[in-house]
Design a protein around this ligand. Structure first.
Ligand SMILES: Cc1cc2nc3c(=O)[nH]c(=O)nc-3n(C[C@H](O)[C@H](O)[C@H](O)COP(=O)(O)O)c2cc1C
Length: 366
């Protein structure tokens, strides 16, 4: 039974941000009704032994995750658990709450199966996020998704003080996160992407790693840290970033965030300012993952994101070198049944190709 194809034409007549807020809030309420859990798991769930993935001593029920930005304030964790995600990355969170850019700031490009957003890190701030994460962890089941936290800086924090914001976020969520994603790649916070240049990234990563070392020596666990990259970087820049990550002991890289490129688009909304996600991003993101795998696949975990709409797209990321795969825009275009369908398809591809687990297939695309 697939309701989403019937609902989508109506939904797509409404404002995209209103649709996101209304539908996710209604679905979250439905997911919390007593008895809804088993029903939703039956509809959307589905466990596949070959998809269970172990990284950094953490068990991921599957390698398929919700990308950052969909659940900025960690209000949707029970719902996303029921949709069958193996990881959920909440945030981007900033130290202080902020409204983000004026609306409208999210646009659909149906002709290109894409979105453009210039949200600008609208979020309720660190304190609220930490409170929700604490509550979720108290009630979480052992076979639920791993929860990463994506951290950023406030809009009005000058770039030279950005490290302070990232450090505050790291401290605020450290004990509540399965992993931390350091976001230096959103195109919607002026100057943020300058933090990807070698010297700036190195300075920030060093400070974050030093803070982690201090936390660990005071008894906290070792929480993996990954940097999230833009697709709009040159080969040399990519090499620099991989080197900074390896040399400073980061666990991985997330590739990629949205793009500022606009090639080949047909939709009337193509001229909107912001970051482009969805189908048109897939090829570029895949190339970035493959390049990172060649550069440092034996030393870093690579997380693929960009234009995952079906199991084939997710499998292509894995073959290119990704150990985990995330999606956002695919959920808007394909609906809540998508994670379950991707997981079924992925398990099928692994079996067809003689891989007993995801890790056996990582980087085997040739
Ligand atoms: C509306 C919207 C908001 C987003 N917000 C964030 C964010 O806050 N932090 C972040 O790191 N990425 C954010 N992203 C980027 C996604 O996490 C993802 O990297 C990107 O959209 C590519 O995946 P997709 O093609 O499956 O959407 C956002 C994407 C969209 C569409």
């Amino acid at each position: 039974m697939r309701l989403y194809p019937l609902l989508k034409p109506l939904l797509f007549r409404t404002d995209p941000e209103w649709a996101h807020e209304t539908i996710t809030a209604a679905a979250a309420r439905a997911a919390s009704v007593p008895g809804a859990g088993p029903l939703m798991r039956a509809l959307f769930g589905g466990e596949h032994a070959s998809l269970r993935t172990s990284l950094w001593g953490l068990d991921f029920p599957s390698p398929l995750g919700l990308a950052a930005g969909f659940d900025k304030n960690a209000t949707l964790l029970p719902l996303m658990t029921r949709l069958g995600f193996g990881l959920v990355e909440v945030g981007t969170v900033t130290p202080r709450p902020q409204d983000g850019n004026p609306r409208p700031r999210l646009f659909r490009l149906p002709r290109d199966q894409a979105l453009i957003n210039r949200m600008g890190f609208n979020n309720l701030g660190l304190e609220q996020l930490a409170g929700r994460l604490e509550k979720f962890r108290r009630n979480a089941s052992a076979d639920g998704p791993q929860v990463g936290v994506n951290i950023g800086k406030n809009f009005d924090t000058p770039l030279e003080k950005a490290t302070g914001d990232y450090l505050a976020c790291l401290r605020g969520v450290y004990s509540l996160a399965s992993y931390i994603a350091v976001n230096v790649s959103s195109p919607n916070t002026p100057g943020l992407r300058q933090l990807q240049t070698r010297a700036a990234l190195e300075e920030m990563v060093r400070a974050l790693v030093a803070e982690r070392t201090a936390l660990v020596s005071s008894g906290a666990p070792h929480v993996p840290m990954l940097v999230k990259l833009a697709p709009d970087v040159s080969g040399d820049e990519l090499e620099d970033m991989a080197r900074v990550a390896v040399e400073n002991g980061l666990e991985g890289l997330i590739a990629t965030n949205t793009t500022i490129a606009r090639e080949g688009l047909r939709d009337a909304n193509a001229g909107q300012q912001g970051g482009l996600s969805g189908r048109p991003l897939h090829h570029r993101a895949l190339e970035t993952v493959a390049a990172l795998h060649r550069l440092a696949g034996d030393r870093l975990v690579i997380v693929g994101a960009g234009g995952v709409f079906d199991a084939r797209d997710a499998y292509d990321f894995i073959l290119a070198g990704a150990s985990l795969v995330q999606l956002y825009t695919g959920l808007v275009y394909r609906g809540p049944g998508l994670p379950g369908r991707i997981k079924r398809g992925l398990a099928g591809f692994l079996e067809r190709d003689g891989f007993a687990s995801v890790s056996q297939a990582v980087g085997r695309g040739g």
